[in-house]
Ligand binder design. Structure first.
Ligand SMILES: [Zn+2]
Length: 124
């Protein structure tokens, strides 16, 4: 058993001696970036309430108010108020129609579609 050692010298490439040079910072003295005294205490109160001008849309069923029991499917102008542009029936939440009349309205719209008074929903 003979071991030959090539005899390499381990090179440690630590040759650059970078000394950290930093000026002595003295904490004493006035700081350049100090806060201005006095925090933001008062808010700039402005705006005299822009809301309130819109007329509150009453969410009352139109047919109930007008006492329309049976919705005339021939009344296209009436039905079109509850049909979107694409022919979709506007949901009840948007129109404020009560459940009973919404169902009748749906039937009326479908009837109107069948006799081609109203367009069907456009296919995508
Ligand atoms: Zn109603």
């Amino acid at each position: 058993m003979s071991e030959e050692n090539p005899g390499r010298a381990p090179e440690t490439g630590a040759s650059s001696h970078a000394g950290s040079e930093s000026g002595p910072s003295t904490g004493s003295g006035p700081r350049p970036g100090g806060r201005p005294p006095g925090g933001p205490g008062g808010r700039p109160s402005g705006g005299a309430g822009g809301r309130g001008k819109f007329f509150r849309r009453k969410k009352v069923c139109k047919f109930c108010t007008e006492k329309i029991d049976a919705i005339p499917y021939r009344d296209v102008r009436l039905l079109q108020g509850f049909v979107a542009e694409r022919g979709k029936i506007v949901p009840r939440r948007l129109t404020g129609v009560c459940t009973t009349h919404q169902r009748r309205l749906t039937r009326a719209i479908k009837q109107a579609r069948n006799i081609a008074l109203l367009p069907f929903a456009t296919r995508h």
